[in-house]
Design a binder for this molecule. Sequence first.
Ligand code: ATP
Ligand code: MG
Length: 140
Amino acid sequence: MALEHTLSIIKPDAVAKRAIGEILATFEQAGLSVVATKMKRLTRAEAEAFYAVHADRPFYAPLVEFMLSGPVVISVLAGENAVMHHRQLMGATDPTAAAPGTIRARFASNTRENAVHGSDSVENAQNEIAFFFAQTELCH
Ligand code: ATP
Ligand code: MG
């Protein structure tokens, strides 16, 4: 296994539920380190570009509106096998299919408002980290 970095977003629904602390604690207790974090409201351009891979899907427009509905917490996590480890902690996209104890099982409302985002490959993680952070903002 290799030391990896991945991008985490605590989505507006979970911020509104005051779950930021519990979600970051879940990452830390599982052995992932937070090496950068910030809270912000996405711009429409950021939300559209970040999910551009889904632009042709019927859920794209409401997904963008959801991501603009409140502030998000964007973090870079580091650790062994961090990309897939983080995805395992998140659980399935549809919370009714998410394994018990996963973040989405605990905090997601439905398939759209599902509490967290996580990069799905090392290559996408590198691109998503660069989308939101300068290399000088990562604390190693
Ligand atoms: P994310 O990319 O946010 O980490 P994911 O990789 O589990 O989630 P994707 O297939 O990449 O899922 O979808 C991106 C996001 O789009 C989902 O997290 C969810 O918020 C929304 N989404 C996906 N599928 C649906 C759907 N069928 N209905 C409504 N929203 C959806
Ligand atoms: Mg995805």
